[in-house]
Ligand binder design. Structure first.
Ligand code: 1PR
Length: 591
């Protein structure tokens, strides 16, 4: 009894309270000289081992590899899932991590020794106590407990009540446990959502046992002679005794769910550019750099199918959203364009994913002098089945005014529609052209260093926004727009994106005239620039030509969705293949 009471007291002492951690953490980094002396003795990864593949901080996971063993498989699995790795070099790296993985390897005592001497132990406790995203693997789970019997007793980090003990081999079970086993999931842990009855891979001689003291933590158990703790979870803090990096697809799903938490999964959007052809029929068309006419003697509008039929087909094939862009809406008043409203009504009857419609959303006065506000135009679209409307040209004018005056008048179409229908219902479509320059200071707009140099070796570019124009040239029988029907405006895509976010846009559809219809991939420089600049979702558009272009854009930029038109219309790449590819690449998609 006395021994049991003493053990309980020790457990209580070893379990760190939130307040004690907070108070010590501020003192933690005053001992820098001592820390650096210790650091010199401990083998840390050289900075060359730093591998940051993705560019945004959200795509980089911090890895605590204190050098005691081989964590190559964990590294490979993280990279396979599209994440870059930042190695912990100092305790500050732990505290600054957005997402930390601790694949503990080696023996408990040796690991604690390194963690204590380097100041990592206190940093880890402070990080975990703040409920920052953490995943411990194998020894990375055990070290969270109060102590271990492995070459001990040895104190652990003391965050979870309990003692890590050796499996009992006297009941016939071979120790270590090396092999596959199933979990009994005891509470919702999110990262185990795909595990179900699948087996996962264990290799260990020591284990922690579930008890009343740690039941709040335990998210699954496993039976190997003893019923031991297979995983723990509290808030954003997770740890697993098994090796997800060695547990096949189901293990990768555990890592994936940790790396991509609760965010919306990337969407694949099919876009239908719609306009009347020269016979007056509404057709789905598709441009090359916005030129939608065939280069034949007849010069007719390219016809790739019927809008309602194609939308239904893309819905069945797994499109996450469908966008209709009424590309001549700017010059042909859309409420006069009743077939477009009819298209929306018919499509919404049996397409049950979000429908966006754009084109011509602006104030308009018809031939009889009747004035229609942009809000009325949008309302008609919503009534006909649109979930979101997309504003192009009119948003450019609104942003220009806003940037000039610094005043939100509340009168622009963007502000009015988002006020009535909510930001989530208002997409701004940006249609920029790349303009190469030799030096970023050559223009007053935000420029980027381009991946592929310009025609004269230019290293920079800015992205000039364009609007639809009402300017035509008349040839023998037909009326043609000039410059693909677009006029360049004195505003860059970056400035526009920031301004429309301020004015109430809920999403940005980011096209690129240079890439449109070219099939050579999205303009990564542009998409990175804009998706890093705003906090609203950005849809990458223009240039998709292969399934790899989709994984590229999700890995290398912060785009929330990728949209394509030509490859779907020409049946070169089915939507299902895009989804399968993304899934294989470890990017979660709606199936
Ligand atoms: O200015 O509010 O009336 O809106 C007009 C809308 O019509 C804007 O969203 C504008 O992008 C669109 N638009 C205007 N002219 C064209 C044209 O092609 N001549 N279509 C046009 C824009 C671009 C994309 C296209 C992608 C993917 N289409 O949405 O679908 O580039 O194509 P890809 O995968 O084949 O490369 P307003």
């Amino acid at each position: 009894m006395a021994a049991a009471a003493a053990a309980t007291t020790t457990q209580m002492d070893n379990t760190r309270s939130l307040s004690s951690i907070s108070s010590t953490s501020s003192l933690l980094f005053t001992r820098t000289n001592e820390f650096y002396k210790i650091q010199n003795r401990v083998k840390f990864k050289s900075p060359r081992a730093l591998s940051i593949r993705a560019t945004s901080s959200d795509s980089v996971v911090t890895l605590l590899d204190y050098g005691a063993g081989n964590v190559r498989s964990v590294r490979n699995a993280i990279r396979h899932l599209g994440f870059g790795i930042k190695d912990v070099q100092t305790p500050e790296d732990i505290l600054n991590a957005n997402r930390l993985i601790f694949p503990g390897v080696g023996a408990f005592a040796a690991a604690m020794d390194v963690l204590n001497k380097t100041g990592m132990a206190e940093a880890l406790c402070a990080y975990i106590e703040k409920d920052r995203p953490f995943l411990g693997i194998c020894l990375g789970l055990q070290l969270l407990f109060q102590s271990s019997e492995e070459n001990g007793p040895v104190n652990g980090l003391g965050l979870i009540p309990g003692v890590v003990g050796r499996f009992d081999s006297s009941n016939g079970f071979r120790v270590p446990q090396i092999g596959w086993n199933a979990l009994q999931i005891t509470k919702d842990s999110e990262i185990l959502d795909d595990v179900g009855d699948h087996h996962v891979y264990f290799v260990h001689s020591y284990r922690a046992m579930p008890s009343d003291d740690n039941k709040e933590w335990v998210s699954s158990t496993c039976n190997y002679g003893d019923n031991f703790i297979a995983s723990v979870r509290r808030g954003n803090v997770h740890a697993v005794q098994f090796h997800p990096e060695k547990s096949g697809d189901v293990g990768l799903s555990v890592l994936r769910r940790f790396l991509h938490p609760k965010t919306n999964i990337p969407k694949v959007i099919a876009c239908l550019d719609v306009r009347a052809n020269d016979k007056g029929d509404l057709v789905v068309t598709k441009g090359d750099q916005y030129d939608v006419r065939e280069h034949t003697k007849e010069n007719e509008v390219r016809n790739l199918g019927k809008p309602v039929e194609l939308a239904r087909q893309y819905y069945k094939e797994g499109a996450d959203e469908i966008s209709f862009l009424n590309i001549t809406g700017f010059r042909d008043f859309p409420l006069g364009d009743l077939p477009m409203l009819q298209v929306l009504r018919l499509t919404s009857e049996n397409v049950f994913v979000p429908l966006t419609v754009g084109g011509g959303i602006r104030d308009f006065t018809d031939a009889n002098g009747r004035h229609y506000s942009s809000l009325e135009v949008a309302s008609e679209y919503f009534r006909s089945g649109a979930d979101k409307i997309s504003i192009g040209s009119d948003a450019v004018y609104a942003a220009e005014d806003y940037l000039k005056t610094g005043v939100k008048t509340g009168k622009s179409s963007l502000e009015q529609i988002s006020r009535v229908y909510g930001n989530q219902a208002v997409v701004v479509s940006i249609d920029p052209r790349r303009v190469y320059i030799t030096h970023p200071n050559d223009v007053e707009f935000k420029a980027v260093r381009v991946t592929d140099l310009g025609p004269n070796g230019e290293e920079y570019a800015w992205y000039q926004c364009t609007v639809g124009i009402l300017c035509f040239i008349v040839t023998f029988l037909f009326v043609h727009t000039v410059n693909g029907g677009r006029e360049g405006r004195p505003i860059g895509a970056y400035e526009l994106a920031k301004a429309v976010e301020d004015l109430g846009a809920g999403e940005i559809l980011l096209n690129c005239i240079d890439c449109d219809g070219q099939g050579k991939g999205f303009d990564m420089d542009l998409i990175k620039l804009i998706s890093d600049a705003v906090s609203i979702p950005v849809i990458a558009s223009s240039g998709a030509g292969a399934v790899e272009h989709f994984s590229d854009v999700f890995r290398k930029t912060n785009a929330s969705a990728a949209l394509a038109a030509g490859i779907f219309h020409r049946k070169e790449v089915p939507i299902q293949s895009v989804k399968e590819h993304l899934y294989k690449e470890g990017i979660e998609v709606r199936i």
